[in-house]
Each structure stands twice: as structure tokens, then as C-alpha cells.
Design a protein around this ligand. Structure first.
Ligand code: ADP
Ligand code: MG
Length: 705
């Protein structure tokens, strides 16, 4: 018996390739594999055999239900469960699962956002099995359920989800990057895969304390509260006892993820107190996306078993570092060439330089679209707000590549590569090792890191589908255009043309390359001089869904139709307004029912103290109480005025027309009113006796897990 837990549990809940090979007749398995690898339609006979094997496998493991697991435009996953029970028997449980049920479903999902794509009278939506992402089992209070990853489309074929566009974009990048590889002499390449490794940041807080904060419950972030006296500068040993609890959480999280075949690899504490990170080993984009959704769900589920709550919000605590997701992205041929691997002599690696220049151009041409792909309401508190990547898109290349790019721009080609040299530790017993050619830059939103790009803007709670759909599409489109210029050329003529094209592309797009500190104010000014867009909020970014160049690009790559983009624009505005509405109402509730009454009690206590001291008839001074009472009452009055103002504005919002105007009203007016209410209450938190304070503070939440 295997006694290593990782070996024991890994992928035990996945109907993966090996299980299929084992359980399916050879011929069926072979036709299935053929379709997975080269596309095509699964016929019903084959689907029936697979469904049967899948059901047998699932039932052996206790499954009673199956579900088409899909990713509507809410960004979270949805499912509708059906049991395997066959209606034809009333005395004995006969379990059945047909090919038809495997391939296609019709969830009654008319309540998912569709941005007008589905009026209620034509509310049909279908789920379709994504055969490239394996089915898996999930065990929870509902029992064991067989989950089938599916895409979700409308009756007329429009994508109603986050998976369909991603799959389309993967086809687009495969097509054009394959063409690129072939042009550069790799004629055996037939397909290019996109690899993605998302690093996930999260916070863990004590669940009992969490439950005492309406703001955390309803909006996932604190809407009031002050930075604790000590923050991230705190020494780690302070966390000794916390670590025990977190370690046991991480252990269980890993096991749950491994069971699902998720390659959970790295875990560590992050900069902020109570903040952590998990990074899996990269996999194909659609699988990485499915897995990341499961990672987020599992993080939350396991936390509750440990008396913890997992916060995935981008900015749970103002003034404390927020959470993001680093989306590591590369493209790899079916013959194993990573097209973003510079190799030992990058200056001689023409294919790499060509793809590199295409990525740089794509990012420069579609910077606001990339910004949009990483936007959600929570991320507005990070991007452009003096923290983690700025809202300005730039590309970091590092010393080695920047030198090569300069050589190419100056001379038309590069003739040398800077190498990292050896690292000397100065300790005889430690090995000296080769340094990377480049140090890291943590402030860049889009950084080259060895053999991949790392898109660091993505929001922590968001599906990574949008970001990768955009990356794949814009790079595919750029490669298509560049490839066309080399088509038909061979030998020396080809090489000359390729070099000239790389030079021209780099020259025209060097303004987006920036190796300095992306958090600095100077960069904001410099970027403006360079003409780089600085799209500050999600609302400002949303209009790029229907920008005419964006619409044309997505149409060329067959990733989104204009109707699908319009729908997404609408949903974005709607979501923005809804989230802020909830936040505003929560603030109103907390201020009116918790903070203001508590502060009044404190004022009463102060007044009583003043009176009792005076009643003693002694000459004792009540100056301290009096000053406190004066300050407290003043802030209390301010809070009440701000509360009334927020109420008026929120009521006004309810009368405004939906869409962009409403979103703008929330962004400008409501946010301002929310800040005005928060300020006096946060000040009060600093002077009011803790015993009167109605909710756990940042200090309680961050340091007493
Ligand atoms: P770094 O130290 O540069 O952040 P890591 O090795 O920690 O790199 O990897 C970070 C993430 O990037 C992991 O999820 C890893 O699997 C992923 N990754 C590594 N190489 C690639 C690649 N070629 N394409 C996509 N993701 C990758
Ligand atoms: Mg990283």
C-alpha cells in the first residue's frame, strides 16, 4: 500500500486519460482521443459507451448525481444536479446515464446574466461537454456528484459563458502560431497549446469574527476600519500559533486539490498578515481555468471546516496589501517547442524574437483591452491605487532581452546576449550557481519571466478566462498579420524579411517596454508622455468591449461576435452598479444600526462619568472626558450627516437609467458618499473605548486567526 499521501490521493477523483484507457474499449478510446487532439464531433454511439463507463466509475465511488458544471458570465460556476435514477423502475434503483445526457444539457438558467442575449421568451440555453477537460467527482453535503465541465451557449449559439470564448481563442492562437512555427521551418508542427499557471492569493480570517461583520459577509471586504498599528512590517515569529492553524488548513487544501488532479505545487505566506498564496503547476488554458475555479471553491470550503473564512476579494482591508492572481502564460507547439523560450542564445533565436515582438505589439495595440480583461469592482482598489500593478500596461523584458531589443532596433539584428554569470555565495561549502540573466521586477503588470509572460493584473476573485481569452486573441491576430508578410518567402529572403519585420515591430512598439519601478509617480508621468493609456477604473475600461478595433479583431479571430461583446459590456455596467449598491446599503445598515448607536452609548458613558465625578463635589477635573465627549460628538454628527447623504444618493440611483450612466453615478457620486461616511467612523474607531466598538477591528481580524 502506498503510504505517501500525494501518491495515494492524486487524481483519484478524476475520470482522466488513464482511467478512460483502462475502462473503454480500445476502438472507442482511440476515436475519443482522435477528437480530443484534432477536433471533430463525438457520435452518439461513442458518447453512449463513454457515458456508461463514466457512470460505472462514478457510481463505484458513491456518486448518485451528475451535473453539467459550467461558468456563466457571473464569473463563478453553476450547476444543476440530476440523479442517475432511471424513471422506468419504481421498485429498484436502476442507474442510467446516456451519451446524450453526457454531451448536452439544458439547464433552466434564465436567471444568469445574459446581457440581453436571451430574452425570457427565448430562454433556452444549452450546456455542451468540453471533452478536453476531464470529468471529476465532488463530495460535499449533497453526496458525491459527477461533474462534467461544459460550455454554455444560447439557442442561437451565442456564448453565455466564460469557457466558450476561451476555447475559441485557443483555436485562434493554435492556428496562427502553428503557421508561424511552420514558416520558421518547423513543418511537423500541427497544433500550438497555450499553457497557463495562475498563482492565487487569498486571506484567511477567523470565521466567528467574520460572521460579526456584515460588510465581509455581503461584500467580501471591510467597508469600515483602520489599519492596525502594526501591519506587514511585522516579524513572522509573531505568527507562531497562527501558523499551526494555517498549516493544517493548507495540508487539507492540498489533499482536496490533489484528489481533483490539480497540480497544487507551491504555498507560502504573502506580504500582508493573514495573506497566503497557492500556485499550481501550469496546464492547458481551459483546464487551468477550470482548475482555478475549483481552487477558489475548495479554498472557501476547506476554510469553513477549520473555523476560518477564506477571503478572495481583491482588497479586503483598506491600507493593507490586496490580493491578485498572476497569470503565467506561454505557447507551446505539439512538438514541444515553447515559443517563448529564448534558449541559450536568444539573439540567434529568430522564432523566439519574432513571437516576442508579436506579443509586445499585441500588448501595446490592445493595452486597454488587457486592462479590461483584468477588471472587476474589487480590483479598482488595487490597480491605479498605489499598490500592486499600476493600471498602466507596460512590458518588462529584463536586462538581457532589453539589450537584444536595443541591438535589433539599432542595427537590424542582435549579435550577442548578456549572460547571468556565476553567483558566488562566498561560502566554500555552498555551491556557486549560474544566475539568471535578469533579476525580477515585481512592479510590472506584464513581465517576461524566463520562458513565459506573467500577467500580474488579474483580480484575485475573478475567473482567469477573460485574461487568457484576450491574450490568446490579440497575439493570434498579431501573428496572423505578421505571418502574412513572410508568406511565400524562403531561404535568405525569408530570413532577411523576418529580421526586418522584427526590427520594425520592435521599433514601433518600444514605447510599451518599461523596466523601471511601475509603482512610482514618475512612471505615471512618463507613461503619459509616451502616450500609454491609463485606464483608472472598471467603468472606464468597459467601453473597450465595443471599441471598433476590438470588435473587428475578435471577429477576425472568431472569438466574440459584436452581439456577444455588447452583452458583456452591458453585464459589466450592471455588475458594477449592483456591487456598489450592495456596498452602499451595507454601509448604511452598519452605520445606522451598529456604529452610531454604539458611539451614542459611549457618549452617554462619558457624560455619566462627567456628572458622577462632578457629583462627588471634589475638585477633580473632568477635562479629559469633556474633550473626548466633544470630539466624539462632533464626529458622530459628521457621521450622521454623511449617512443621510448616502441614503439620499442611493435612493437617487434607484431612479436612474441602467447601463453606463448608472455605473458612472456609482463610480463618482456613490463612491464619494461612501468615503465621506467611512472617514468619521474610522476616526471614531481610534478614540472610542474598544468595549463599545460593535465589530471586530482589522487588528482582531488580521492578527487573531
Ligand atoms: P516564478 O518564480 O517566475 O513566479 P514559478 O516557477 O514559481 O515562476 O512559476 C509560477 C507559475 O508559472 C507556476 O504556476 C508555474 O507552473 C507557471 N509556469 C512555469 N512555466 C510556465 C510556462 N512555460 N507557461 C505557463 N506557465 C508557466
Ligand atoms: Mg510568479
Amino acid at each position: 500500500m502506498e503510504n505517501n499521501v500525494l501518491k495515494q490521493v492524486f487524481a483519484t477523483d478524476v475520470f482522466h486519460d488513464e482511467v478512460m484507457q483502462e475502462r473503454l474499449p480500445k476502438k472507442v478510446y482511440a476515436s475519443f482521443k482522435e477528437i480530443v487532439e484534432n477536433g471533430g464531433e463525438l457520435d452518439v454511439a461513442i458518447a453512449n459507451v463513454i457515458a456508461h463507463a463514466m457512470k460505472e466509475w462514478a457510481v463505484e465511488r458513491g456518486a448518485t448525481h451528475y451535473t453539467h458544471w459550467f461558468q456563466p458570465m457571473t464569473g463563478i460556476t453553476a450547476e444543476k444536479h440530476d440523479s442517475f435514477l432511471n424513471a422506468s423502475s419504481s421498485t429498484k434503483a436502476i442507474l442510467e446515464f446516456s451519451g446524450k445526457e453526457l454531451i448536452k444539457g439544458e439547464p433552466d438558467a434564465s436567471s444568469f446574466p445574459s446581457g440581453g442575449l436571451r430574452a425570457t421568451f427565448e430562454a433556452r440555453g444549452y450546456t455542451a461537454w468540453d471533452i478536453t477537460s476531464p470529468a471529476f467527482l465532488r463530495e460535499d453535503a449533497a453526496g458525491v456528484t459527477l461533474c462534467i465541465p461544459t460550455a454554455f451557449c444560447s439557442y442561437t449559439g451565442e456564448a453565455l459563458d466564460k469557457k466558450t470564448p476561451l476555447l475559441r481563442s485557443m483555436a485562434a492562437i493554435s492556428k496562427h502560431a502553428t503557421h508561424t512555427a511552420q514558416l520558421f521551418g518547423h513543418s511537423e508542427v500541427t497544433k500550438v497549446n497555450c499553457s497557463v499557471g495562475p498563482e492565487q492569493e487569498y486571506f484567511l480570517v477567523n470565521r466567528e469574527k467574520y460572521l460579526q461583520r456584515e460588510d465581509l459577509i455581503f461584500s467580501g471586504r471591510t467597508l469600515f476600519g483602520n489599519k492596525p498599528p502594526k501591519g506587514q512590517e511585522l516579524d513572522d515569529h509573531y505568527f507562531g500559533s497562527i501558523r499551526e492553524k494555517i498549516a493544517s488548513y493548507m495540508k487539507e487544501l492540498n489533499i482536496e486539490l490533489w484528489k481533483l488532479g490539480i497540480l497544487a505545487k507551491t504555498q507560502h505566506n504573502e506580504v500582508a498578515p493573514a495573506q497566503h498564496e497557492m500556485a499550481p503547476i501550469y496546464s492547458t488554458a481551459n483546464i487551468a481555468t477550470d482548475h482555478n475555479q475549483l481552487v477558489m471553491e475548495t479554498m472557501k470550503k476547506v476554510a469553513r471546516r477549520h473555523g476560518l473564512e477564506c477571503l478572495l476579494h481583491e482588497k479586503p482591508f483598506a491600507g493593507v496589501n490586496g490580493s491578485g492572481k498572476h497569470d503565467n502564460w506561454s505557447i507551446v507547439t505539439d512538438t514541444g517547442i515553447n515559443m517563448l523560450d529564448p534558449g541559450k542564445e536568444p539573439h540567434n533565436n529568430l522564432l523566439f524574437l519574432y513571437v516576442l515582438s508579436a506579443v509586445i505589439k499585441a500588448v501595446n495595440d490592445y493595452a486597454p483591452l488587457l486592462r479590461l480583461s483584468a477588471s472587476n469592482v474589487g480590483n479598482d482598489h488595487r490597480l491605479g491605487a498605489n499598490e500592486a500593478p499600476p493600471a498602466i500596461i507596460s512590458v518588462f523584458l529584463g536586462e538581457q532581452l532589453e539589450d537584444i531589443v536595443e541591438q535589433i532596433i539599432d542595427k537590424g539584428e542582435a549579435t550577442s546576449s548578456i549572460h547571468g554569470g556565476r553567483m558566488d555565495t562566498g561560502v566554500a561549502t555552498l555551491p556557486n550557481f549560474r544566475k539568471d540573466a535578469t533579476d525580477r521586477n515585481r512592479t510590472s503588470p506584464f513581465a517576461f519571466t524566463g520562458n513565459k509572460f506573467e500577467f500580474r493584473m488579474v483580480a484575485s476573485s475573478m475567473s482567469i478566462s477573460d485574461a487568457n481569452t484576450v491574450l490568446n486573441s490579440i497575439v493570434a491576430d498579431t501573428l496572423e498579420k505578421m505571418n502574412a508578410e513572410l508568406e511565400g518567402k524562403t531561404g535568405e529572403e525569408f530570413e532577411k524579411a523576418a529580421k526586418a519585420l522584427i526590427q520594425k515591430t520592435l521599433k514601433e512598439n518600444k514605447n510599451v517596454i518599461f523596466n523601471g519601478n511601475g509603482y512610482s509617480d514618475e512612471w505615471v508621468k512618463e507613461a503619459e508622455k509616451r502616450g500609454l493609456p491609463n485606464v483608472k477604473t472598471m467603468v472606464d475600461a468597459t467601453k473597450y468591449f465595443t471599441d471598433k478595433d476590438v470588435v473587428a479583431m475578435f471577429a477576425r479571430q472568431a472569438v466574440y461576435t459584436d452581439v456577444e461583446l455588447k452583452a458583456r459590456e452591458e453585464i459589466n455596467y450592471e455588475t458594477y452598479a449592483k456591487v456598489l449598491h450592495i456596498e452602499a446599503l451595507t454601509m448604511i445598515d452598519m452605520a445606522a444600526k451598529l456604529y452610531i448607536p454604539s458611539v451614542i452609548k459611549y457618549c452617554t458613558a462619558l457624560a455619566e462619568s462627567i456628572n458622577s465625578v462632578k457629583a462627588t463635589g471634589l475638585k477633580a477635573t473632568t477635562a479629559v472626558q469633556e474633550e473626548l465627549l466633544a470630539n466624539t460628538s462632533e464626529l458622530l454628527a459628521k457621521a450622521q450627516i454623511a449617512l443621510d447623504e448616502l441614503k439620499v444618493k442611493t435612493a437617487k440611483a434607484e431612479t436612474l437609467e441602467e447601463g453606463e450612466p448608472l455605473a458612472i453615478f456609482y463610480k463618482d457620486d456613490i463612491r464619494e458618499a461612501m468615503a465621506a461616511l467611512r472617514a468619521p467612523i474610522d476616526e471614531l474607531e481610534m478614540i472610542v473605548d474598544k468595549k463599545f466598538w460593535p465589530v471586530p477591528t482589522y487588528g482582531d481580524l488580521l492578527f487573531e486567526v
